[in-house]
Write a protein that binds this ligand. Structure first.
Ligand SMILES: NC(=O)C1=CN([C@@H]2O[C@H](COP(=O)(O)OP(=O)(O)OC[C@H]3O[C@@H](n4cnc5c(N)ncnc54)[C@H](O)[C@@H]3O)[C@@H](O)[C@H]2O)C=CC1
Ligand SMILES: O=C(CO)COP(=O)(O)O
Length: 377
């Protein structure tokens, strides 16, 4: 393990996969001393001794100020900020071990994850709040167009840090930035988290049509209509529509839908090429969050009456009930009535996302509530 420089602020990153390790590098290059927690002792050893993570980030040299352990207590000791980057379905169980080690500190807990819990439909910040019993103001989430390997290669990138507390968001954003990684802030945690979850589902759809062999028109149609689905859904749960047009929405949607580095996109491509769901899962040796998020997201959409035709079709392809070549930017069961472009359910009468967001703005105005600082200004 590298010797600690006592003058550097200490941070911990829980999870040493591709994103956890990349984020550790971002933090170390920004001036922190980073201790990664890896589940496997051999991975912790490679990061600590060789300054490499050859399984997840081949060819990348990690900074001297980054080390690793497979003991949670060692990773968390004295950490001023704690970053979490493990697959969403495993977060709750891991937090049970984290909890006794962070109760005596006020360190912000930052979610780097982009999934919802399958069983409960909860966002990661909600799972953290439940399991750590902590004030939501202490929790932050990071999101944006952040393909790990590009950032590990130090390609200039922007992200957004979101917390209900502006102070927490700013403290995390100040720590998580360096010459190639720029962080903006907002206070719309719902929009920021759902942006990251939902773009994965649209990226799976894009992968599917890519695998089938369809071209740019199909993909652009799905991306555009996908953004409408993302916005309708997130706004129905209280997000600000502009968050979905920012880094955590449109920005991440573009990156994930365009890049062969995306695991969600890759999983979709395999499905489009005719592989069955089980075979795709076997072939993926990294986390593709979208595959686990489809069902809970559709369940949540039903609960608030939001239609998500593209996500519905992704589910049908995953279930093997739709031929991938039939996937389209609309439901094949649509009737012939032309629909308005803005939203699928934006009809007069109050069902639409736009209407809901106007109502919320009015409510906030009436109650003197504070709006989120977007990452576009
Ligand atoms: N890789 C990327 O480009 C980005 C990933 N993310 C998000 O980061 C989160 C983590 O993803 P990645 O690091 O990419 O995944 P990964 O598949 O590269 O790594 C996951 C890590 O978690 C560990 N792990 C697996 N099951 C575990 C369990 N039950 N308990 C503890 N650890 C376990 C694995 O050993 C591995 O170290 C996901 O929510 C993903 O959506 C967000 C932005 C970018
Ligand atoms: O979230 C990501 C980029 O912002 C990574 O996407 P994948 O999980 O699909 O690789």
């Amino acid at each position: 393990m590298s010797r600690r420089d006592a003058s550097l602020p200490r941070v911990a990153v829980i999870g040493a996969g591709s994103w956890g390790t990349t984020f550790g590098k971002i933090l170390a290059d920004g001036g922190a001393h980073v201790t990664m927690w890896a589940r496997r002792p051999e991975l912790a050893h490679e990061i600590a001794e060789a300054k490499r993570n050859s399984e997840y980030l081949p060819g990348i040299n990690l900074p001297r100020t980054m080390t690793a352990t497979h003991h949670l207590s060692e990773a968390l000791e004295g950490a001023e900020q704690v970053y979490l980057s493990i697959p969403s379905q495993a977060v709750r169980q891991n937090l049970k071990a984290v909890r006794p080690l962070v109760t005596r500190t006020e360190a912000p807990i930052v979610s780097l994850m982009k999934g919802v819990e399958r069983r409960t439909g909860l966002r990661m910040s909600q799972v953290i709040e439940q399991e750590l019993h902590c004030d939501p103001a202490r929790i932050a989430v990071a999101s944006g167009p952040n393909l790990a390997l590009e950032i590990a290669r130090e390609q200039p990138t922007a992200a957004v840090i979101s917390s209900t507390s502006q102070e927490t968001a700013e403290a995390v954003a100040r720590r998580a930035r360096n010459r190639y990684f720029r962080t903006f802030v907002n206070t719309d945690v719902i929009g920021t988290e759902f942006g990251g979850v939902l773009k994965n589902l649209i990226a799976v759809a894009i992968g599917i049509v890519d695998g089938v062999g369809y071209g740019e028109n199909t993909k652009a149609s799905i991306i555009t209509r996908g953004l409408v689905e993302m916005t309708d859904f997130a706004v129905a749960f209280g997000a600000h529509p502009e968050t979905l047009q920012g880094l955590a929405g449109l920005g991440d949607l573009i990156a994930t839908c365009q890049s062969p580095l995306s695991r969600n996109n890759t999983a979709g491509r395999l499905l489009g090429q005719g592989y069955r769901f089980d075979d795709v899962v076997k072939q993926m040796n990294q986390t593709a969050e979208g595959l686990a998020s489809v069902a809970p997201i559709l369940q949540l959409a039903r609960e608030v009456g939001v239609q998500m035709p593209i996500v519905e079709q992704v589910k049908m392809v995953l279930d093997g009930t739709m031929n991938p070549k039939d996937i389209a930017p609309h439901l094949t069961t649509d009737d012939d009535t032309p629909k308005g472009e803005r939203t699928q359910n934006g009809q007069a009468g109050g069902g639409g996302a736009l209407w809901r967001s106007l109502q919320r703005a009015l409510d906030q105005f009436r109650h003197g509530g504070r709006g989120a600082a977007g990452d576009r200004s």
